[in-house]
Write a protein that binds this ligand. Structure first.
Ligand code: NDP
Ligand code: 8X3
Length: 250
């Protein structure tokens, strides 16, 4: 039977690459993000391969989250796969000088947004006693690095919440896993550094992970047999050994 996947943050980076990867495999898609023009463009392209429906909402707005998901037409109402991917870092500052607005953004989007979307979808999974949730964590959810404080906190929360989901949803046969990438070349650094030129240096001098690398891993996790759940995966590019050790060209 053809499955339906809902992907948050599908307008860019890992989420967009995952939409392309899943479309290749004939999975129906619900694409989410705030930028409507991008959603429309991706929907037009991927509709040639599979059924696609777009939802534009901000994951921070819980009413908007529930309204959007409740508005899904019948063809897309049964979400078999939830990819909680929307998120970003905002700023890279020591805790003593960090911006409260940045902290709010990271906790509201990366943690609370993931919870709102999950809350809107999980009841239909428990009712059907089936489903697969993949939360995009980060290497920043595995170790804390200088000036990473709140972003790392938000991603540690994603890892902990995912473990909690796996425990609580175990009686329903729902798979829950995290994929935790290291440095991936996306719009992530443009957002983190708010367009500052330093964003252009982050992926220079080594071969960073590409969003397609993560998308392929997500599909690998989704395509395992029913008895196999990829629970927690850490993925670095070869040049990266930890959050602070990256082998760059001299
Ligand atoms: P991008 O900036 O390229 O993509 C982020 C996506 O999240 C966009 O589609 C954006 O859509 C969406 N998004 C952001 N804020 C909101 C919001 N308030 N409401 C709805 N959607 C939102 O970054 P990545 O692809 O790199 O990031 C995807 C995930 O991967 C994030 O959770 C990030 O933390 C994680 N990650 C990234 C790594 C990296 O090095 N790039 C490494 C490890 C993890 P729109 O703006 O249209 O709303
Ligand atoms: C993104 C990877 O190292 O910028 O989650 O935190 S890092």
């Amino acid at each position: 039977m053809v499955k339906t996947a809902l992907i948050t943050g599908a307008t860019s980076g890992i989420g967009k690459a995952t939409a392309y990867e899943l479309a290749k495999h004939g999975i129906n898609l619900v694409l989410c993000g705030r930028r409507k023009a991008r959603l429309a463009e991706i929907e037009t392209i991927l509709s040639k391969q599979t059924k696609v429906h777009s939802l534009s909402f901000d994951v921070r707005d819980k009413t908007a989250v529930f309204n959007a998901i409740n508005s899904l037409p019948n063809t897309f109402k049964t979400i078999d796969i939830l990819i909680n991917n929307a998120g970003n870092a905002h700023g890279l500052d020591p805790i003593n000088t960090g911006s409260i607005d940045d902290w709010d953004a990271m906790m509201d989007i990366n943690v609370k947004g993931l919870l709102y979307v999950s809350k809107a979808i999980i009841p239909s999974m428990t009712k059907r006693k089936s489903g697969h949730i993949i939360n995009i964590g980060s290497s920043a959810g595995k170790e804390v690095y200088p000036k990473g404080n709140v972003y790392c906190g938000s991603k540690h929360a994603v890892v902990a919440i995912s473990e909690g989901m796996r425990i609580d949803l175990n009686p329903y046969g729902i798979k829950v896993g995290t994929i935790n990438p290291g440095l991936v070349e996306t719009e992530f650094s443009q957002v983190r550094f708010k367009g500052d030129a330093v964003a252009n240096t982050i992926y220079k001098g080594y071969s960073a992970l590409q969003p397609e690398d993560i998308a392929e891993i997500i599909y690998f996790a989704l395509s395992r047999p029913a008895h196999v759940n990829i629970a927690d995966l850490l993925v670095f590019c070869t040049a990266q050994a930890s959050s602070t050790i990256v082998k760059k060209d001299q």
